[in-house]
Write a protein that binds this ligand. Structure first.
Ligand SMILES: [Zn+2]
Length: 197
């Protein structure tokens, strides 16, 4: 069985190479092939790691740091500038940046490190930035059963900076809010006030 798995694993990058033959010059294909022989699953292993979120669930990260009587916690909790990387679902190219999360607890407070874990699970998938923000906010609500979540994602996209518009260094910011935090008239104002930008 292990031999079969090893054989499949060793062939994966060469299957990828077959696809690349359709548009890469022959001499480049030869060079790529030579580097693949030294480590025949390097590329596909890298993609497995970058897309590892498909093998995880956000409730794997449920860890309660504190509990309160319902509605008795009157403040907000934030986790800011959490680095992430993901893949644009439109172009299958990477984008990366930081995520700011603010939520209003109800009965429980999530372990702070778990917020970064949730972002890691949801971002290591093919995602458009807008949907990633929505999934993080709704995932936080689901785990904390809180009163609302505000998410702001700032990212630099390979598909915007390195092809097409060639807008090198440009940043895309997306926000999403739920519950009480969605009732705030201006989400931009919420970002400025609550995140201190
Ligand atoms: Zn894209």
């Amino acid at each position: 069985m292990n031999d079969i798995i090893c054989k499949q694993k060793s062939e994966r990058d060469f299957l990828l190479l077959e696809w690349m033959r359709s548009y890469l010059p022959k001499d480049i294909i030869t060079q790529v092939e030579q580097t693949m022989r030294a480590s025949p699953d390097r590329i596909t292993s890298a993609y497995e790691e970058l897309l590892s979120g498909y093998g995880e669930r956000i409730d794997d990260h449920l860890s309660v740091a504190a509990t309160y009587d319902q509605g008795s916690y009157k403040g907000y909790v934030s986790a800011l500038k959490i680095p992430f990387s993901s893949f644009c679902m439109h172009h299958l190219l990477p984008y990366s940046g930081t995520v700011d999360v603010v939520y209003r607890p109800n009965e429980l407070i999530l372990g702070l490190g778990k917020i970064a874990r949730i972002i890691g699970t949801l971002s290591k998938r093919f995602q458009i930035q807008e949907h990633l923000a929505k999934e993080i906010a709704e995932g936080m609500d689901c785990l904390t059963k809180g009163c609302g979540t505000f998410v702001s994602i700032s990212a630099v996209h390979c598909c915007v900076c390195n092809r097409g518009p060639l807008a090198h260094g440009s940043t895309n910011v997306v926000t999403y809010a739920t519950g009480e935090l969605a009732e705030v008239k201006s989400q931009a104002q919420l970002a400025n006030v609550m995140i201190g930008k």
